[in-house]
Ligand binder design. Structure first.
Ligand SMILES: Cc1cc2nc3c(=O)[nH]c(=O)nc-3n(C[C@H](O)[C@H](O)[C@H](O)COP(=O)(O)OP(=O)(O)OC[C@H]3O[C@@H](n4cnc5c(N)ncnc54)[C@H](O)[C@@H]3O)c2cc1C
Length: 599
């Protein structure tokens, strides 16, 4: 492209387009496994739909014992520790800091990928425009990953893709339309409100829509006045007005600006209704933020080696190459969004899905472009399956799996499609070592660990080394051992033995009763509406705060302010004895350990 402005050239192993949770986590996982990564993000902040620009809550598989872990948990734990009042821009700073501290990642913010060069179905480079520096960035890479949500590399590379809703017959699904169409789930902008101790007026702009009565907002069904769907109760633990949604019945990308204008009229009209029309009891609430960037639910999905369907989800996704899981219901929004207003034409219908269900690796790379990965809401799935896989907890797992897969491909000089059989086992084990739960399989415990003499009972060792590092059902206490403060776990060998890394999985209090009394924040540490009842977050009281590691009697590591649930400590020594002493927690009386071993 001929231009007056300079072009900066980059060369890397993996170039990722899109810094939502999937792209950010993919970048970190690949970089932590040694790849040089360029991450291109067209916004000033990372996080995509969960960033301070959009403020959507991270949600994932139902059942607290299915909470998504890995890098997502690390982000959240950092956020709770550093940002207990959950300021949205500080959440951005958590993601920014994690990426910036990794020297293998070049982060290009405010940079839009606009072009790609390809040869023989391989992407050789992409070009992006950086708004703040008036410069072009050309990135040459071995592998590319599209985490843009909108799949910008599909039109640029010729990668096969799908848009819209499949007709039910195509994949023998039941929740889609009879006849395929190009409609999608719509976009939304959110509002953030705060409770004060005094009345606050709201004067709407002239151009805001007017909704005089509750009946103007919601359907009346069987004389039950208001459906739950358009509930407009605001509160710390209340809903987020996700139903302020439009644009699914128009072309998903090119109409974004017009849709944003309509969403603003709608959102401010709803706030005017809440404050000024009928009596909703929100006199003391003020609107402190309105999103100007619509959050997108759905646009273009790639076609990979496998297309995940509703039936796969219904059947729990028992694939050999499971590398992530979902468990959010198939939450199929009506393309009409807010315009859907009849009892047989609802804004959204949720179809239950098993939780967890497995998602195969084959959904994460292109069927026809040989070095193209993807992760996030654009993976290879039907519209019906995507209505579940799209939530950000699931997208985070997909990002971590994809970034790790790219690192294994790069080390073994494989194309994404060649990562099969024993490489899938390596991918699964690496992910599990990095704190990811993978359904239908358990983490392998190293022989090095197993051959040590350990100062625990046989029963305790069975629990500690069962490869399951979380509860598996409500009130499951089975997979952790419980010690007293000051107790140690000691590994001994008869001869000097090389130990690389000590790995400990603490208890992150899956149910999170110790983290927040506010219901929404127990699911994930982000808030939207901020009532006077909001209580700052606390580090899970079960995480071990203070612990020490001794090698052959010598103190080699001490942390008296740990707030991460998964820790890995470099040993890299020949030793005969390692002792891990657990001194204190963030409040719990006992020390809970899900795993403690060598990798
Ligand atoms: C209103 C709304 C409500 C939702 N509710 C929930 C919920 O409650 N919980 C939940 O978990 N999920 C929810 N979702 C779904 C979820 O937010 C998305 O599916 C998820 O964000 C997808 O993650 P992603 O990383 O694939 O994409 P995104 O979060 O969309 O991130 C993609 C990033 O790529 C950037 N990008 C795009 N094009 C380019 C380009 N050409 N160059 C560089 N960068 C580019 C974008 O700016 C964006 O920051 C909701 C979505 C919406 C819109």
């Amino acid at each position: 492209m001929k231009s007056t402005f300079k072009t900066i050239e980059h060369s890397c192993d993996l170039c990722i387009i899109g810094g939502g949770l999937s792209g950010t986590i993919a970048a970190l996982s690949a970089a932590r496994h040694g790849l040089k990564v360029v991450l291109i993000q067209d916004r000033p902040v990372l996080g995509g739909n969960c960033s301070s620009e959009i403020r959507m809550w991270v949600r994932g598989a139902s059942g607290y014992w299915n909470r998504e872990t890995g890098i997502l948990a690390e982000f959240e734990e950092e956020n709770i520790y550093r940002n207990p009042t959950l300021a949205p821009t500080l959440w951005d700073s958590v993601l920014f800091g994690k990426v910036k501290e990794n020297k293998n990642i070049t982060l290009l913010l405010n940079t839009s990928c606009l072009d790609a060069e390809c040869s023989d179905n391989i992407i050789t480079s992409v070009t992006a425009w950086q708004l703040t520096t008036y410069s072009w960035h050309k990135v040459t890479a071995k592998y590319f990953a599209d985490c843009s949500g909108d799949s910008v590399l599909a039109p640029l590379s010729g990668a096969k893709y799908r848009i819209g809703r499949e007709g039910n017959a195509e994949f023998n699904e039941t929740i889609g339309p009879e006849i395929a169409d190009s409609k999608t789930m719509g976009m939304s902008i959110l509002l953030q409100a705060r409770e004060t101790d005094h009345p606050v007026k709201f004067i709407p702009p002239e151009w805001a829509n007017v909704y005089e009565t509750d009946d103007d907002i919601d359907i009346k069904a069987n004389n039950v006045k208001y459906s739950e769907t358009r509930d407009h109760k605001i509160g710390t633990s209340g809903g987020n007005l996700w139903w302020i949604e439009l644009g699914g019945d128009t072309e998903a990308i090119s109409n974004t600006e017009e849709t944003r204008d309509e969403l603003l009229k709608l959102a401010l009209g709803i706030w005017d209704h809440i404050k000024n029309r009928e009596d909703h009891g929100y006199d003391n609430w003020e609107l402190e933020w309105v999103g100007f960037l619509p959050g997108k639910r759905e646009s273009v999905r790639y076609i990979g080696e496998y297309i995940l369907t509703q039936n796969d989800i219904d059947n729990e996704g028992k694939f050999d190459d499971v590398i992530a899981y979902g468990g959010w219901p198939m939450d199929d929004h009506n393309p009409k969004g807010f315009k859907a207003n009849a009892i047989d034409d609802k804004a959204s219908v949720c179809y239950p899905s098993p939780s967890p269900y497995g998602i195969p690796y084959r959904c994460l790379y292109s069927k026809n472009i040989k070095n193209l990965f993807f992760a996030g809401r654009n993976i290879s799935a039907t519209h019906a399956a995507m209505s579940s896989t799209r939530v950000m907890g699931t997208c985070s797992l997909l990002g971590q799996a994809m970034g790790t897969a790219a690192s294994i491909c790069s080390k073994n000089n494989l194309k994404p499609e060649d990562l099969k059989a024993e490489y899938i086992t390596i991918l699964q084990n690496t992910l599990m070592d990095d704190g990811i739960f993978i359904p239908f399989t358990t983490r392998k415990i190293s022989n090095l660990t197993k051959k040590a003499k350990i100062n625990l009972s046989d029963n305790e060792k069975d629990v500690l080394f069962n490869g399951i590092e979380r509860p598996r059902f409500e009130n499951d206490e089975g997979n952790k051992i419980v010690l007293n403060k000051g107790d140690s776990i000691e590994f001994s060998y008869d001869e000097e033995t090389f130990v690389d890394t000590l790995r400990i999985q603490f208890d992150l209090d899956y149910e999170r009763l110790s983290v927040s009394p506010n219901k929404k924040m127990r699911v994930f540490a982000q808030k939207l509406h901020y009532g006077l009842d909001f209580v700052p977050m606390k580090v899970a009281n079960t995480i071990v705060k203070d612990f020490e590691v001794y090698a052959d009697g010598e103190l080699i590591y001490k942390n008296d302010n740990n707030y991460y649930s998964l820790v890995k400590i470099n040993i890299k020594k020949d030793i005969k004895n390692i002792k891990v002493k657990f001194n204190n927690t963030w409040g719990a009386k006992k020390i809970n350990i899900f795993a403690c071993d060598f990798i």
